[in-house]
Design a protein around this ligand. Sequence first.
Ligand code: SF4
Length: 356
Amino acid sequence: MKREKTFQVFLGSLAIGGRSSVSVESMGRVYPGRVDECLNEICAAAAAGSDCFRIAVPDEGALSGIIQLKKHSPLPLVADIHFSPIIALKAVEAGIDGIRVNPGTWKNRLQYQQLIERMKARNGVLRLGANTGSLPSHLQKKGRVEALLDSIIEMIEIPQKNDFHRIILSAKSTDINETIEIYERLADAFSYPLHVGLTEAGEGFEGIIKSTIALSTILQKGIGNNIRVSLTSPNPVLESQVAVQILQGVGLRQKGIEVISCPTCARTRGDVVSFVREIKEAVQMISSPFPIKLAIMGCEVNGPGEAKEADLGLAFGKSTALLFVQGKVVKTMHQQDALSELVKQLQLMVSNPMVK
Ligand code: SF4
């Protein structure tokens, strides 16, 4: 897939834009002052595939937590700060990797200028993130896409005048078509990396489907360098998993284990549904630095053909299971032994890429 060319910026150690892979951001639910809980969220998001993590910093009391989180977080951190440039300046001094600034909630240009100067001195990244829910009041009479774009154009002037270019842009709408249009226009107008998301996508399958349509369409146009799926859920694990699935689905995740499985039918030879659930749980504990495709198929009709195409495959037979490695049958076993054997083969593949 041909990707739009952008500058590259480093959010901590994470490269975003340029030739780097499209990365995943997720966002905390917990107040950052509750450091241990917040750290648990970050670690869970990292295990689910997130590459960076955003934290809302609603007041000055949260800043002591930011200092602690910065010391222990396995992921680069972005502070999401509205209405208070003072808190943003303090978060930069606390060593945060990036600050998300919403054009709709920043009024004071002088303090914005000060923020840019401090970020320039401390190698921070500015994410200018507009949102249809908080458009600047003077732009609200315009169409939403125009207003999003204009709000970015107005706010990008000060960093550019200060020769500050560690910038990531985003402009999110709740509407799928608006979101696609605004990202096309951002990609045409700017060469900064784009953080892509559909805002307030909702809960459960509704949110997942809307996010998948919007993000995969934008990504398939070659646009986007970092993504977030915004789901109503109690923690950031599901949104991280969905974002990873979207990237795997459009062929942009060059690491991790992808499980494909048949829908099952009257020919199914065994409890494929339970097996797939169990293997997906087991796979979460195995991190692969390269992509591995694992196929679970319910019978010997389409099973062997599909399983052969994957790096590792399993096709169920009558109380047995055929194991394929790189398209070759390597073992026939009892179905009850298949889970442990598959996990063993995956671990072998991850520790020895030559097998793959
Ligand atoms: Fe049915 Fe076999 Fe296809 Fe699975 S692979 S849906 S069991 S025909």
